[in-house]
Structures are given as C-alpha cells and as structure tokens.
Design a protein around this ligand. Sequence first.
Ligand SMILES: CSCCC(=O)C(=O)COP(=O)(O)O
Ligand code: ZN
Length: 212
Amino acid sequence: MNSTAQLHQLNPNAIALCALGRWVANRQWVPATGGNFSIRTGDNSALVTASGKDKGELSPQDLLPVSWQGQQLSCTGTPSAETALHAMLYQLNPATKAVLHTHSVQATVFSRLIAQNNYLFAGYEMQKAITGISSHEQLLPLAIFDNTQDIPALAAELNLRWHQQPLQYGLLVRGHGLYVWGNSLEQAKRHLEGWEFLINCELERFKIAGLP
Ligand SMILES: CSCCC(=O)C(=O)COP(=O)(O)O
Ligand SMILES: [Zn+2]
C-alpha cells in the first residue's frame, strides 16, 4: 500500500463510512455485495468502495482512492463498477461530500412500478428529511433512470437531467436501486433513511389504494 492510500485509511470519515456500511447492511439494504459508497477527499477525488465487497463488512483498506478528470477515472485497484456515477454526482455539485448506493427490496420494487422518469412525493411530513424541504405541502421529485450496464452512459444521462432540473439528493435506477448523497456523511445517511421511508410509505399506499 502506498503512503497516500495509508493516509486515506486514517481518515476518520473512512472509518465512519465503514461503520455506516454495517448500519446499512443491518437494514438489509445492501444484500449479496450490492451497493457502493464513497466520500469526497478533494475537488476531483474520493474514496470509493472496492468492487464486489460485502458492504456490511468494510474495513478502511476496502476504500480505494479514485480521482477523475471529467469522465476519465484513475484508481490503482478495482473500485466499484458504478464509480462513474459517484464521480458525476461529485462533479455536478462541489458541496456533495458523500454518496451512498443501496439495493433495498422496497426501492427496487418501487422503481419498477413507476413508468415515468420522475415521481412526485407529496403530503408526507418526512419529506422534511430531505435538505431544502420545509413542508409536507412542498412537492418532492425523485428522478428515475432506466438501468443499464453502461455506467458512463448512465452518468451522462444524469448530467443531462441534472442540468434540466437539479436532483433532490436521491435518484432511483429502475430495477436496480437507490442513490443518495449529501453535504456530509451524516446528511447522506439522513437522506437515505428519508428516501427509504417515503418509498416504503408509497408502496404501502399502493397496496391499499392501487397504483396511481
Ligand atoms: C450483486 S450487486 C451487482 C452490482 C451492483 O449493482 C452494485 O451496486 C455493486 O457493485 P460494486 O462493483 O460496487 O461492488
Ligand atoms: Zn448497484
């Protein structure tokens, strides 16, 4: 391990991210090595989970230093297969400090029930868990993207959609999972719980009232 990598692993945020991985895994939101996480380390760099790791059993050496110039990624190991999406989220907003991607059953099923590329949440007090939302009456959009194995193409689509309307700290990839981010790791965790709660509420409502 080189000295830069060693330094990153002393980063308290790296230790906090590993602990958060255990918290997320306890909620069954990252089964079978699904999901990936990152924390920003500089203007054009982040620590990203290594591909294929159990996200509930991370240690700091499983967080790989990645840097980018536009869509060009550099890393000495094999970071998450979805690193290009993390890099795009960091480039779209310099304030973004952490990105979390999960594969909960609820988010995955919900994303397949919604045909549109945007779903509007309304009427939930818990919408206020998402930064910038101060009332249940404020409409809260969740962007939905079709899944693809071409992650750079998905990142390009995200870039396009963001410039039409900045996203609200979350997006769904259809049949795949949820991405959330935040201006700190704590904020990203709150957004993850908030979006999961809202998605669960809508799924429960669909069971009773039917699909919209
Ligand atoms: C069995 S999980 C399929 C890949 C995926 O969607 C994911 O989130 C995990 O990929 P990674 O390369 O980050 O481990
Ligand atoms: Zn995934």
